[in-house]
Write a protein that binds this ligand. Structure first.
Ligand code: PAF
Length: 278
């Protein structure tokens, strides 16, 4: 696997890659099977796969979260080699933000006003900035994102649409542990006790799906699950909402396909997950 730390080295290398398709998997490291699945998908669908590892300070609204974000670079490199990633971009802050590549900004009005938006001010702006720079450097044909960050996928799709990048966004299903917990780099920060309790998040999503299949009204499903979360002293509810899979708008008709989205605190760690109900 090739490793690039300098933006200009990567740009030079990429200039000479004029044949074949390029896949890209952007990450913040602390890689797990979910990330590796994205790399495998990219390997299947394209000729050359770049992965980036960069913990982007601009998307952390909580300084403590940034400081505590797990960094496991040696293990990450081993894992990427095990799935045969072709190249890794491992830049410093300066290489991303001070190498002459300018970031793009987009109108995020709606996506910023719901779910993660108001809970994490500045988060999506930071994601858009770093992803637009990475896209300009790597110039992939396809970019792979995990659906665990459902709203992030919508934001990236908006970025590509508004800026007319010639990039296809490929959303990939959430990878779960055997007990149902969605894989996340943040899971490593849970205490052993909290880790045992964490699969309850998926149980709430499954219950919402079951109620939906039994034709319960959306509002009633939301109320039932919110009440259950509030009664569980191990968790603090941030939100539980059911929205339209396509654009995260409110569900107002039975024709819409719903997705349930949840954010809770467990053991001081904020965890998110989601499940399509139909
Ligand atoms: O999903 C992530 O890990 C990050 O938000 C991303 C897309 C790599 C941007 O920093």
């Amino acid at each position: 696997m090739l490793i690039f730390e300098k933006t200009n080295d990567l740009i030079q290398f990429r200039k000479n890659q004029q044949s074949g398709t390029i896949g890209f998997v952007p990450t913040m490291g602390a890689l797990h099977q979910g990330h590796l699945k994205l790399v495998r998908q990219s390997k299947k669908q394209t000729h050359f796969t770049y992965v980036s590892i960069f913990v982007n300070p601009l998307q952390f609204n909580d300084k403590n979260d940034l400081e505590k974000y797990p960094r496991t670079i040696d293990k990450d490199i081993q894992l990427l080699e095990s799935v045969d990633a072709d190249a890794l971009f491992l830049p410093s802050f300066e290489e991303v933000y001070q190498s002459g590549i300018t970031y793009d900004e987009i109108d995020l009005t709606y996506l910023n006003s719901i779910l993660e938006g108001p809970k994490r001010p500045g988060h999506f702006e930071g994601v858009v900035k770093v992803v637009s720079i990475l896209f300009k450097i790597i110039q992939p044909h396809k970019a792979f994102f995990g659906l665990k960050d459902f709203q992030q996928v919508k934001v990236i799709e908006q970025l590509v649409k508004q800026k007319q990048y010639p990039i296809e966004i490929i959303p990939c299903p959430t990878v779960r542990e055997k007990d149902g917990l969605a894989m996340s780099s943040r899971n490593t920060r849970l205490s052993p006790e909290a880790r045992q309790k964490a699969p309850q998040i998926y149980q709430w999503l499954l219950k919402a799906k079951k109620l939906y299949e039994q034709n319960y009204p959306i509002q009633e499903i939301e109320n039932t699950i919110i009440q259950e979360i509030q009664q569980d002293k191990n968790f603090t509810l941030d939100y539980f909402e059911i929205r339209d899979t396509k654009d995260l708008s409110q569900i107002t008709s039975p024709q819409q396909k719903p997705v349930a989205l949840i954010a809770v605190f467990l053991n001081g760690i904020r965890l998110i997950d989601n499940l399509e109900l139909a």
